[in-house]
Design a protein around this ligand. Sequence first.
Ligand code: NAD
Length: 434
Amino acid sequence: MQNLSGSVQTNHPLPSYLDATHLGPWGNYLQQVDRVTPYLGSLARWVETLKRPKRILVVDVPIEMDNGTIAHFEGYRVQHNLSRGPGKGGVRFHQDVTLSEVMALSAWMSIKNAAVNVPYGGAKGGIRVDPKKLSMGELERLTRRYTSEIGLLIGPSKDIPAPDVNTNGQIMAWMMDTYSMNVGATATGVVTGKPVDLGGSLGRVEATGRGVFTVGVEAAKLTGLPIEGARLAVQGFGNVGGTAAKLFADAGAKVVAVQDHTGTLFNSNGLDVPALLAHVKATGGVGGFAGADTISNEDFWGVDCEILIPAALEGQITKDNAGKIKAKMVIEGANGPTTTEADDILHDKGVLVLPDVIANAGGVTVSYFEWVQDFSSFFWSEDEINARLVRIMQEAFAGVWKVAQEHKVSLRTATFIVACQRILHAREMRGLYP
Ligand code: NAD
């Protein structure tokens, strides 16, 4: 049973799946909320609402495989908090997806959306599946059946999914089509991250990486770290890591190490990022790229660099490898890549951590633009989108930086202070129904 001090609820045991004592992403998130509670003033009365997802839907997703057998997959959609608007958050297809993970990811979406002040609550979804083992037909049937099953919860003004790990524009197109078929009208605004020809937004694919780059540049200015010549190590070379690496390289930084699920590359002179992106597109991973040495996955963490960008999965920087990190700055492209223990180790070492809940908010910010464009059926230019994105990220980061200085807390706690105040203030103004 978790510590409920400072909250309204004191005498009702939590359901087992909400237990903070279990390790993993949800436990990590609860520890982050506990850290912020002392800074919430009278709003701390409402903090329990952040520790309980509003709705959890677990669905069975049966599909016919190409060989005629029937396979069952477990799917989830969690709406963590809807106080500030409809649910918003991605859908992940991965063999290790669990309810605990989806709950944590949905909660981080609540925090992130409030941190950049877009009018959404937090939600997330996923299917426990290795999509790389499915044919295109199986992947489409899986996506469509999952979308129908979570149709109870999603909708353009209720909950709007988007891409996450192993999901992309094609999957969003199938989700949009399935939902539209079920309601009998084309509803482009039900998902974001769609192809541009289906109501998607220019700039959405690169938006998260662009946001990572933007906050990195802002923090570098504030701490006197030159980007030109800075050495970068990037874990995860997909949508987020690949785009961030490209933008930093374009700005004169040297990407010296890259790791993904196929291996770890190192080149002290800097990797040729466009060539590596082309290699990943052609082969599915960084492994086998000619322009670098291969090093062990463990050695990745001790590479000499100024900036480290985890952009793969959660729980990657742990108490076991945090001590090895030589970077001055960690920019969290991934959601939840740093455990609470590792966060403390990095803090004690003087490493500046730009937390996920602000650093990777660029994606949801442009998702918000996409949703607004879909509702108004009026589409903006890419320059306009990028300029608005950069402005929102810069303003949100400056606000968080100021709170961190005022309270002498980490940027993570500062972001949680800003976000939790917004969410709980909305909760308080709405009041409890009935
Ligand atoms: P992606 O599927 O495009 O890329 C994932 C990358 O992680 C790939 O390079 C993959 O090889 C790598 N990876 C997977 N398992 C790994 C392992 N065990 N070790 C090392 N690398 C591994 O996914 P993405 O959209 O780039 O998402 C990456 C992270 O960013 C996730 O945590 C996601 O939640 C977060 N994120 C994504 C977005 C977005 O808009 N796509 C927005 C915010 C946050």
